[in-house]
Write a protein that binds this ligand. Structure first.
Ligand code: FAQ
Length: 318
């Protein structure tokens, strides 16, 4: 293709983005648009899959049958989101095996938040309330992202995340209104999950390498800092309502900006976790890789069964 032809295609593509049209997998797109979507969508998928581990840890220890059923459903939903997102990513011309290889070799990232331990039952409440809460704030704008399969996947994912957030908050409400030890447990979980939840929304806008381009392509509709502010403004009153204290001495309502001012985030901690040195990075990757390796016989059996079915179908036809 000549340079002039490519330029025409690029201009037509930018005009489509400008008109808020959805870009579909078979449409022409700049290579960088394709790659940046593979990066973000696959990291999102990996996060959903690894994100099952901290909560999965509590399925067998849920305090009642009702809590166990709800948690089981939630963790299954996260697995479904991962598979949904892998399928959407595959429409961009990369295979699932390649995506798994990137995760298992440590080449692809997954969300920093899933490298923290779940020490008590209150952590399950805090994850639903804070982590799913932050995920919804991040993902609602993605329902309107420019790449069609990602936008459509997000509509369904957000509906389920909203149930997750409520089940988490309900756990916190119960604990906060319970015995002093239960309230203490809820407060301790909030203390440990608050700052990592703020970090989860990504580096500050002046440190974020992808935001400017992703906003131009309408992959991202809001910046990391905008989402973080929205999360804080939404969550602080929820904590106050149940008598818990957000662990930030500098948190203060700012009437001029109609939002909260907040304290400094420890970005060194964030980058340490992203680089693989968080409290549970090794544990998470070991669990994931061994699940993959131990599941080899299931994949082999499924493939053998599919081949057998195809062969008998072929025989019937001929
Ligand atoms: N952790 O330039 P930016 C969930 C990386 S799903 C690790 O700002 P971008 C559901 C970033 O990749 C949670 N790495 O990047 C659930 C980049 O590195 P790269 C996941 C992070 O893409 C709940 C570098 O830093 N959600 O929770 C993180 O414009 C409960 C520079 O950053 C999504 O993935 C981080 N937190 O903005 C499941 C949503 N933040 O790739 C189970 C979709 C940044 O160049 C239980 N993703 N980095 O090597 C996004 O919206 C964006 O990708 C951001 C980052 C906002 C995460």
């Amino acid at each position: 293709m000549s340079e002039a032809e490519i330029k025409n295609l690029e201009e037509a593509f930018e005009a489509r983005i400008e008109r808020d049209e959805k870009i579909e997998p078979k449409d022409w797109m700049p290579e960088k648009y394709r790659q940046t979507h593979i990066r973000q969508m696959s990291q999102h998928a990996h996060s959903e899959i690894i994100g099952m581990l901290p909560e999965g840890n509590w399925i067998s220890r849920a305090p009642s049958l009702r809590r166990k059923v709800a948690l089981l459903a939630k963790v299954q939903d996260e697995g479904g989101h991962g598979l949904y997102l892998y399928s959407a990513t595959e429409t961009l011309g990369i295979t699932r095996d390649e995506l798994f290889e990137q995760l298992h070799s440590g080449k692809a990232k997954y969300s920093s938040i899933f490298n923290y331990p779940t020490l008590t039952w209150a952590d399950i409440g805090a994850i639903g309330w804070l982590v799913d809460g932050a995920a919804i704030i991040n993902q609602v704008p993605l329902c309107n992202t420019s790449f069609g399969p990602y936008a459509r996947a997000m509509v369904r994912v957000c509906k389920e995340e909203s149930f997750h957030q409520r089940q988490g908050y309900e756990i916190m409400v119960k604990l906060a209104k319970g015995a002093p030890e239960q309230k203490e447990m809820a407060q301790d979980a909030l203390n440990r999950w608050w700052w990592p939840s703020l970090m989860m929304l990504g580096p500050t806008d002046n440190q974020s390498v992808h935001t400017a381009q992703s906003m131009k392509w309408k992959l991202k509709r809001k910046t990391n800092d905008e989402l973080r502010q929205q999360f804080i403004d939404q969550t602080v009153p929820q904590a106050e309502l149940i008598g818990l204290k957000v662990p930030d001495e500098n948190l203060k309502w700012n009437d001029a900006k109609k939002g909260y001012d907040f304290g400094d985030i420890d970005w060194d901690e964030f980058w340490q976790v992203v680089k693989g040195h968080g409290p549970c990075n090794k544990e998470r990757m070991t669990a994931r890789v061994s699940a993959w390796e131990n599941g080899q016989w299931v994949r082999d059996a499924a493939m053998a069964h599919a081949e057998k079915q195809a062969a008998s179908l072929q025989k019937e036809v001929s």
